[in-house]
Design a protein around this ligand. Structure first.
Ligand SMILES: Cc1cc2nc3c(=O)[nH]c(=O)nc-3n(C[C@H](O)[C@H](O)[C@H](O)COP(=O)(O)OP(=O)(O)OC[C@H]3O[C@@H](n4cnc5c(N)ncnc54)[C@H](O)[C@@H]3O)c2cc1C
Length: 288
Protein backbone atom coordinates (compact mmCIF):
# COMPACT_ATOMS: atom_id res chain seq x y z
CA UNK A 1 0.00 0.00 0.00
CA UNK A 2 2.83 2.37 0.91
CA UNK A 3 4.51 1.65 -2.39
CA UNK A 4 1.24 2.39 -4.22
CA UNK A 5 0.87 5.74 -2.52
CA UNK A 6 4.49 6.65 -3.12
CA UNK A 7 4.22 5.61 -6.74
CA UNK A 8 1.14 7.73 -7.25
CA UNK A 9 2.84 10.71 -5.64
CA UNK A 10 5.84 10.20 -7.89
CA UNK A 11 3.60 10.21 -10.95
CA UNK A 12 1.74 13.29 -9.85
CA UNK A 13 5.04 15.09 -9.37
CA UNK A 14 6.29 14.03 -12.79
CA UNK A 15 3.12 15.24 -14.48
CA UNK A 16 2.98 18.51 -12.58
CA UNK A 17 6.55 19.26 -13.67
CA UNK A 18 5.46 18.50 -17.23
CA UNK A 19 2.34 20.60 -17.26
CA UNK A 20 3.84 23.60 -15.53
CA UNK A 21 6.93 23.55 -17.76
CA UNK A 22 7.48 22.53 -21.36
CA UNK A 23 4.99 20.45 -23.30
CA UNK A 24 7.15 17.34 -23.39
CA UNK A 25 7.31 14.68 -20.68
CA UNK A 26 10.47 14.98 -18.54
CA UNK A 27 11.99 11.53 -18.07
CA UNK A 28 13.53 10.76 -14.70
CA UNK A 29 17.28 10.40 -14.25
CA UNK A 30 18.41 6.93 -15.34
CA UNK A 31 21.43 5.37 -13.69
CA UNK A 32 21.41 1.67 -13.04
CA UNK A 33 23.74 -0.95 -11.76
CA UNK A 34 24.84 -3.03 -14.74
CA UNK A 35 24.56 -6.23 -12.69
CA UNK A 36 20.85 -6.63 -13.32
CA UNK A 37 20.86 -6.63 -17.10
CA UNK A 38 17.17 -7.58 -17.44
CA UNK A 39 16.05 -4.61 -15.44
CA UNK A 40 18.85 -2.33 -16.53
CA UNK A 41 17.99 -2.60 -20.24
CA UNK A 42 16.11 0.70 -20.15
CA UNK A 43 14.00 1.98 -17.32
CA UNK A 44 10.53 3.18 -18.22
CA UNK A 45 9.26 6.66 -17.54
CA UNK A 46 5.96 5.11 -16.51
CA UNK A 47 4.79 1.64 -15.52
CA UNK A 48 1.02 1.16 -15.47
CA UNK A 49 -0.42 -1.75 -13.50
CA UNK A 50 -3.83 -2.60 -14.88
CA UNK A 51 -5.03 -2.56 -18.48
CA UNK A 52 -8.61 -1.38 -17.90
CA UNK A 53 -10.24 1.91 -18.85
CA UNK A 54 -8.13 3.86 -16.34
CA UNK A 55 -4.76 2.22 -16.99
CA UNK A 56 -5.05 2.25 -20.79
CA UNK A 57 -6.16 5.88 -20.96
CA UNK A 58 -3.27 6.90 -18.72
CA UNK A 59 -0.72 4.83 -20.65
CA UNK A 60 -1.82 6.17 -24.03
CA UNK A 61 -1.85 9.78 -22.87
CA UNK A 62 1.63 9.48 -21.34
CA UNK A 63 3.00 7.80 -24.49
CA UNK A 64 1.56 10.54 -26.67
CA UNK A 65 3.38 13.07 -24.47
CA UNK A 66 6.64 11.28 -25.20
CA UNK A 67 6.98 8.98 -22.19
CA UNK A 68 8.35 5.45 -22.47
CA UNK A 69 5.53 3.37 -21.05
CA UNK A 70 4.84 -0.24 -20.10
CA UNK A 71 1.45 -1.73 -19.15
CA UNK A 72 0.93 -4.83 -17.04
CA UNK A 73 -2.43 -6.56 -17.19
CA UNK A 74 -3.43 -10.01 -16.09
CA UNK A 75 -6.86 -11.44 -15.27
CA UNK A 76 -6.84 -14.27 -12.72
CA UNK A 77 -9.62 -16.76 -13.58
CA UNK A 78 -12.83 -16.38 -11.55
CA UNK A 79 -13.03 -18.83 -8.63
CA UNK A 80 -16.02 -20.99 -9.63
CA UNK A 81 -16.09 -20.88 -13.43
CA UNK A 82 -12.51 -20.02 -14.27
CA UNK A 83 -13.68 -17.12 -16.44
CA UNK A 84 -10.93 -14.84 -17.69
CA UNK A 85 -10.54 -12.51 -20.65
CA UNK A 86 -8.25 -10.24 -22.64
CA UNK A 87 -6.96 -6.68 -22.50
CA UNK A 88 -9.38 -3.85 -21.71
CA UNK A 89 -10.46 -4.50 -18.13
CA UNK A 90 -13.91 -4.68 -16.60
CA UNK A 91 -15.75 -2.25 -18.89
CA UNK A 92 -14.78 -3.99 -22.12
CA UNK A 93 -15.00 -7.60 -20.97
CA UNK A 94 -17.47 -7.96 -18.10
CA UNK A 95 -19.03 -4.53 -17.65
CA UNK A 96 -20.38 -1.72 -19.81
CA UNK A 97 -19.92 -3.39 -23.21
CA UNK A 98 -21.40 -6.91 -22.71
CA UNK A 99 -24.03 -5.45 -20.40
CA UNK A 100 -25.22 -2.99 -23.06
CA UNK A 101 -25.26 -5.68 -25.73
CA UNK A 102 -27.37 -7.92 -23.53
CA UNK A 103 -29.76 -5.08 -22.74
CA UNK A 104 -29.98 -4.34 -26.44
CA UNK A 105 -30.87 -8.00 -27.01
CA UNK A 106 -33.57 -7.75 -24.33
CA UNK A 107 -34.91 -4.57 -25.97
CA UNK A 108 -35.06 -6.25 -29.39
CA UNK A 109 -37.13 -9.04 -27.82
CA UNK A 110 -39.48 -6.48 -26.31
CA UNK A 111 -39.91 -4.80 -29.68
CA UNK A 112 -40.59 -8.14 -31.34
CA UNK A 113 -43.26 -8.97 -28.77
CA UNK A 114 -45.11 -5.77 -29.61
CA UNK A 115 -44.41 -5.91 -33.34
CA UNK A 116 -47.81 -7.41 -34.24
CA UNK A 117 -49.66 -4.42 -32.80
CA UNK A 118 -47.72 -2.22 -35.21
CA UNK A 119 -48.61 -4.32 -38.23
CA UNK A 120 -45.50 -6.50 -38.42
CA UNK A 121 -46.23 -10.11 -39.31
CA UNK A 122 -43.67 -12.47 -37.74
CA UNK A 123 -44.03 -15.61 -39.83
CA UNK A 124 -42.11 -17.86 -37.44
CA UNK A 125 -44.58 -17.23 -34.62
CA UNK A 126 -43.52 -16.02 -31.17
CA UNK A 127 -39.82 -15.14 -30.96
CA UNK A 128 -37.62 -17.53 -28.99
CA UNK A 129 -34.30 -16.39 -27.57
CA UNK A 130 -31.07 -18.34 -28.12
CA UNK A 131 -28.58 -17.55 -25.31
CA UNK A 132 -25.74 -19.42 -27.02
CA UNK A 133 -26.06 -17.30 -30.15
CA UNK A 134 -26.08 -14.08 -28.11
CA UNK A 135 -23.22 -15.08 -25.84
CA UNK A 136 -21.13 -16.20 -28.84
CA UNK A 137 -21.72 -12.90 -30.63
CA UNK A 138 -20.91 -10.87 -27.49
CA UNK A 139 -17.70 -12.86 -27.04
CA UNK A 140 -16.62 -12.20 -30.63
CA UNK A 141 -17.29 -8.50 -30.28
CA UNK A 142 -15.37 -8.30 -27.00
CA UNK A 143 -12.44 -10.19 -28.57
CA UNK A 144 -12.32 -7.66 -31.39
CA UNK A 145 -12.10 -4.90 -28.77
CA UNK A 146 -9.30 -6.79 -26.95
CA UNK A 147 -7.42 -6.91 -30.25
CA UNK A 148 -8.10 -3.21 -30.87
CA UNK A 149 -6.65 -2.26 -27.47
CA UNK A 150 -3.53 -4.32 -28.09
CA UNK A 151 -2.95 -2.67 -31.44
CA UNK A 152 -3.49 0.78 -29.97
CA UNK A 153 -0.71 0.06 -27.47
CA UNK A 154 1.56 -1.22 -30.24
CA UNK A 155 0.90 1.85 -32.38
CA UNK A 156 2.12 4.01 -29.50
CA UNK A 157 5.16 1.82 -28.77
CA UNK A 158 3.77 0.94 -25.37
CA UNK A 159 5.28 -2.24 -23.95
CA UNK A 160 2.36 -4.54 -23.02
CA UNK A 161 2.96 -7.44 -20.61
CA UNK A 162 0.21 -9.97 -19.95
CA UNK A 163 1.45 -10.45 -16.38
CA UNK A 164 0.53 -9.83 -12.77
CA UNK A 165 2.81 -7.10 -11.47
CA UNK A 166 3.93 -6.13 -8.01
CA UNK A 167 6.27 -3.61 -6.47
CA UNK A 168 9.58 -4.81 -5.10
CA UNK A 169 11.03 -1.55 -3.83
CA UNK A 170 13.47 1.04 -5.10
CA UNK A 171 16.54 0.45 -7.18
CA UNK A 172 18.97 2.81 -8.87
CA UNK A 173 18.14 6.33 -9.92
CA UNK A 174 19.28 9.13 -7.67
CA UNK A 175 18.66 9.59 -3.94
CA UNK A 176 15.97 12.17 -4.61
CA UNK A 177 14.46 10.29 -7.62
CA UNK A 178 14.97 6.57 -7.00
CA UNK A 179 13.56 4.19 -9.60
CA UNK A 180 10.77 1.78 -8.75
CA UNK A 181 11.49 -1.93 -9.22
CA UNK A 182 8.54 -4.07 -10.36
CA UNK A 183 8.42 -7.79 -10.89
CA UNK A 184 5.74 -9.52 -12.92
CA UNK A 185 4.72 -13.07 -13.74
CA UNK A 186 2.18 -14.82 -15.88
CA UNK A 187 0.84 -17.59 -13.61
CA UNK A 188 -0.37 -19.56 -16.65
CA UNK A 189 2.83 -19.61 -18.68
CA UNK A 190 5.32 -19.11 -15.85
CA UNK A 191 6.96 -16.27 -17.81
CA UNK A 192 8.31 -13.47 -15.68
CA UNK A 193 9.82 -10.07 -16.09
CA UNK A 194 11.39 -7.35 -14.01
CA UNK A 195 11.38 -3.66 -14.89
CA UNK A 196 12.49 -0.36 -13.43
CA UNK A 197 10.36 2.74 -13.81
CA UNK A 198 10.56 6.34 -12.72
CA UNK A 199 6.84 6.48 -12.04
CA UNK A 200 3.99 4.05 -11.66
CA UNK A 201 0.22 4.17 -11.77
CA UNK A 202 -1.88 1.58 -9.98
CA UNK A 203 -5.16 1.09 -11.87
CA UNK A 204 -6.10 -2.42 -10.82
CA UNK A 205 -9.88 -1.95 -10.60
CA UNK A 206 -11.92 -4.45 -8.63
CA UNK A 207 -13.49 -7.90 -9.01
CA UNK A 208 -16.68 -9.29 -7.48
CA UNK A 209 -16.27 -11.89 -4.76
CA UNK A 210 -18.39 -14.70 -3.37
CA UNK A 211 -19.03 -14.69 0.40
CA UNK A 212 -16.94 -17.29 2.21
CA UNK A 213 -19.41 -17.51 5.13
CA UNK A 214 -22.44 -18.54 3.03
CA UNK A 215 -22.46 -22.33 2.65
CA UNK A 216 -22.39 -23.37 -0.99
CA UNK A 217 -21.87 -19.86 -2.38
CA UNK A 218 -18.28 -20.47 -3.40
CA UNK A 219 -19.15 -23.84 -4.98
CA UNK A 220 -22.44 -23.02 -6.68
CA UNK A 221 -22.63 -19.25 -7.07
CA UNK A 222 -21.41 -17.25 -10.01
CA UNK A 223 -20.64 -13.54 -10.30
CA UNK A 224 -21.47 -10.98 -12.97
CA UNK A 225 -18.00 -11.70 -14.40
CA UNK A 226 -19.12 -15.27 -15.12
CA UNK A 227 -22.62 -14.40 -16.28
CA UNK A 228 -21.46 -12.47 -19.35
CA UNK A 229 -19.31 -15.40 -20.50
CA UNK A 230 -21.70 -18.27 -19.75
CA UNK A 231 -21.93 -20.44 -22.86
CA UNK A 232 -25.37 -21.77 -21.79
CA UNK A 233 -28.41 -19.95 -20.48
CA UNK A 234 -28.39 -19.57 -16.69
CA UNK A 235 -32.16 -20.27 -16.63
CA UNK A 236 -34.08 -19.08 -13.58
CA UNK A 237 -31.67 -16.89 -11.64
CA UNK A 238 -31.51 -15.51 -8.12
CA UNK A 239 -29.59 -12.24 -8.18
CA UNK A 240 -28.21 -11.32 -4.78
CA UNK A 241 -27.66 -7.61 -4.16
CA UNK A 242 -29.37 -4.33 -4.90
CA UNK A 243 -26.59 -2.35 -6.56
CA UNK A 244 -26.60 -1.29 -10.19
CA UNK A 245 -24.73 -4.38 -11.39
CA UNK A 246 -27.30 -6.68 -9.75
CA UNK A 247 -30.31 -4.77 -11.08
CA UNK A 248 -28.87 -4.47 -14.55
CA UNK A 249 -28.18 -8.21 -14.68
CA UNK A 250 -31.67 -9.05 -13.40
CA UNK A 251 -33.09 -6.57 -15.92
CA UNK A 252 -31.55 -8.12 -19.01
CA UNK A 253 -32.17 -11.68 -17.80
CA UNK A 254 -35.87 -10.88 -17.41
CA UNK A 255 -35.86 -9.08 -20.76
CA UNK A 256 -34.45 -12.21 -22.39
CA UNK A 257 -37.42 -14.15 -21.06
CA UNK A 258 -35.75 -15.77 -18.04
CA UNK A 259 -37.20 -15.72 -14.57
CA UNK A 260 -35.06 -13.49 -12.34
CA UNK A 261 -35.52 -12.74 -8.65
CA UNK A 262 -33.58 -10.05 -6.84
CA UNK A 263 -32.74 -10.58 -3.17
CA UNK A 264 -31.74 -7.49 -1.22
CA UNK A 265 -31.02 -7.35 2.50
CA UNK A 266 -32.75 -3.98 3.01
CA UNK A 267 -35.50 -2.07 1.23
CA UNK A 268 -32.97 0.23 -0.39
CA UNK A 269 -31.79 -0.57 -3.89
CA UNK A 270 -29.29 1.53 -5.83
CA UNK A 271 -27.88 3.07 -2.68
CA UNK A 272 -26.06 6.31 -3.42
CA UNK A 273 -28.10 7.04 -6.56
CA UNK A 274 -30.76 9.75 -6.80
CA UNK A 275 -33.69 8.34 -4.77
CA UNK A 276 -36.41 9.44 -7.16
CA UNK A 277 -34.65 7.75 -10.08
CA UNK A 278 -33.86 4.65 -8.02
CA UNK A 279 -37.50 4.28 -6.97
CA UNK A 280 -38.65 4.58 -10.58
CA UNK A 281 -36.27 1.77 -11.56
CA UNK A 282 -37.36 -0.47 -8.69
CA UNK A 283 -41.09 0.19 -9.33
CA UNK A 284 -40.60 -0.61 -13.01
CA UNK A 285 -38.82 -3.86 -12.17
CA UNK A 286 -41.59 -4.86 -9.74
CA UNK A 287 -44.23 -4.25 -12.41
CA UNK A 288 -42.36 -6.43 -14.89
C1 LIG B 1 -21.64 -5.26 -14.90
C2 LIG B 1 -20.97 -3.90 -14.93
C3 LIG B 1 -21.52 -2.90 -15.71
C4 LIG B 1 -20.91 -1.64 -15.75
N1 LIG B 1 -21.48 -0.69 -16.55
C5 LIG B 1 -20.89 0.53 -16.62
C6 LIG B 1 -21.46 1.54 -17.46
O1 LIG B 1 -22.46 1.32 -18.15
N2 LIG B 1 -20.85 2.75 -17.50
C7 LIG B 1 -19.72 3.01 -16.75
O2 LIG B 1 -19.20 4.12 -16.81
N3 LIG B 1 -19.16 2.07 -15.95
C8 LIG B 1 -19.73 0.84 -15.86
N4 LIG B 1 -19.17 -0.12 -15.07
C9 LIG B 1 -17.98 0.22 -14.28
C10 LIG B 1 -16.72 0.17 -15.14
O3 LIG B 1 -16.65 -1.07 -15.80
C11 LIG B 1 -15.52 0.36 -14.21
O4 LIG B 1 -15.68 1.54 -13.48
C12 LIG B 1 -14.22 0.46 -15.00
O5 LIG B 1 -14.07 -0.64 -15.85
C13 LIG B 1 -13.04 0.54 -14.02
O6 LIG B 1 -11.87 0.68 -14.78
P1 LIG B 1 -10.46 0.49 -14.11
O7 LIG B 1 -9.43 0.79 -15.17
O8 LIG B 1 -10.38 1.26 -12.84
O9 LIG B 1 -10.37 -1.05 -13.66
P2 LIG B 1 -10.60 -2.36 -14.51
O10 LIG B 1 -11.31 -2.11 -15.77
O11 LIG B 1 -11.17 -3.36 -13.58
O12 LIG B 1 -9.11 -2.80 -14.92
C14 LIG B 1 -8.16 -3.24 -14.01
C15 LIG B 1 -7.30 -4.31 -14.68
O13 LIG B 1 -6.14 -4.52 -13.88
C16 LIG B 1 -5.87 -5.92 -13.82
N5 LIG B 1 -5.04 -6.15 -12.64
C17 LIG B 1 -5.40 -6.16 -11.33
N6 LIG B 1 -4.32 -6.36 -10.55
C18 LIG B 1 -3.25 -6.48 -11.41
C19 LIG B 1 -1.85 -6.69 -11.20
N7 LIG B 1 -1.32 -6.77 -10.00
N8 LIG B 1 -1.05 -6.79 -12.29
C20 LIG B 1 -1.57 -6.68 -13.55
N9 LIG B 1 -2.87 -6.47 -13.79
C21 LIG B 1 -3.71 -6.36 -12.73
C22 LIG B 1 -7.28 -6.51 -13.74
O14 LIG B 1 -7.28 -7.88 -14.03
C23 LIG B 1 -7.99 -5.66 -14.80
O15 LIG B 1 -7.81 -6.19 -16.08
C24 LIG B 1 -19.74 -1.39 -15.00
C25 LIG B 1 -19.18 -2.40 -14.22
C26 LIG B 1 -19.78 -3.65 -14.17
C27 LIG B 1 -19.16 -4.74 -13.33
Amino acid sequence: MLARIEAKIALAKAFSSRTSGSATFIPAVRSLSSSDSAAAAAPFDLAVIGGGSGGLACAKEAAELGARVCVFDFVPPSPTRGTSWGLGGTCVNVGCIPKKLMHLAAGVGDTLRHAGAYGWQLDGGAPRHDWEALSGAVKQHVKSLNFGHRSQLMQRNIDYCNMLAKFEGYEGGTPDRPLLALSATNPKTGRSRRVLAANAVVAVGGRPSLPADVPGAAQLGITSDDLFWLPRSPGRTLVVGGGYVALECAGFLAGLGLQAEVMVRTDVCLRGFDRQMANLVVDFMRQH
